[in-house]
Design a protein around this ligand. Structure first.
Ligand code: GLN
Length: 224
């Protein structure tokens, strides 16, 4: 597959505490973008954009705490650090998590309510060709114990949706400013168009910096 070209010249830090961070780094590399693993605060500090990979959001939440990354990441995000979250990464970036663990952190970077493992046991994993706003042709999407968006705030653009077993249509790709989230794993299919779209949306010369403390929120997590 021919990789699209991107004008972005910054560094992308990929959260590498758990999950499929290697695939993101590889895909970003195929776009000619400098991408590297983030395991601690000093690595995050160097990033001009961040990617939160798929994996297990409850585990990543614990590791964010023990690595000392939680506070710095919330601070950077609240000051506009561009972020791409896929699957568990989407759960982490949400403003509200449904069916989460009571002690699970979420970073509140995008105004969406996300239900974890929303497709239930029968459709735990599946693949679909999705129409995504802004992409020239459908994207092959791999859903693995995927979340869906149950509420998207007024500032959120819905770029793709799927029909659930009960007939309701739920968003699976959303964007708010420079935060882009997907329910599925674009990093697993070797198609870099969503990563390119994420980076193309970042104005040239942006270097968001942290200037003060901020706290992650547990208050909106509902354990059901
Ligand atoms: N169900 C997982 C979670 O809530 C996400 C699964 C995935 O990233 N494939 O963290």
């Amino acid at each position: 597959m021919v990789a699209p070209r991107v004008a972005f010249t910054g560094r992308v830090g990929v959260l590498a505490l758990q999950g499929d961070f290697r695939e993101h780094i590889e895909l970003l590399g195929s776009l000619g973008v400098e991408a590297y693993p983030v395991r601690g605060p000093s690595e995050l500090e160097r990033a001009d954009a961040v990617v939160l990979p798929g994996g297990e959001s409850t585990t990543m939440s614990l590791l964010l705490e023990s690595s000392g990354l939680l506070g710095p990441l919330v601070a950077r995000l609240s000051r506009g650090l561009p972020a791409l979250g896929t699957c568990a990464g989407m759960v982490l970036l949400a403003s509200e998590v449904l069916d989460g663990r009571a002690d699970q952190h979420h970073l509140g970077a995008i105004d969406i309510s996300v239900r974890r493992n929303a497709f239930g046991r029968q459709r735990e994993s599946f693949e679909a060709d999705l129409e995504v706003v802004g992409l020239d042709r459908p994207l092959h999407a791999v859903f693995i114990r995927a979340p869906v968006v149950e509420r998207a705030g007024p500032g959120v653009e819905v770029l793709a949706s799927v029909q659930m077993a009960d007939g309701t249509v739920r968003p699976v790709v959303c964007r708010q400013g420079q935060v882009l989230v997907t329910s599925f794993h674009p990093e697993l299919v070797g198609d870099a168009r969503l990563h390119a779209a994420f980076l193309s949306n970042i104005p040239a010369g942006t270097r968001p910096v942290a200037t003060g403390p901020a706290r992650a929120r547990k208050d909106h997590v509902r354990a059901l």
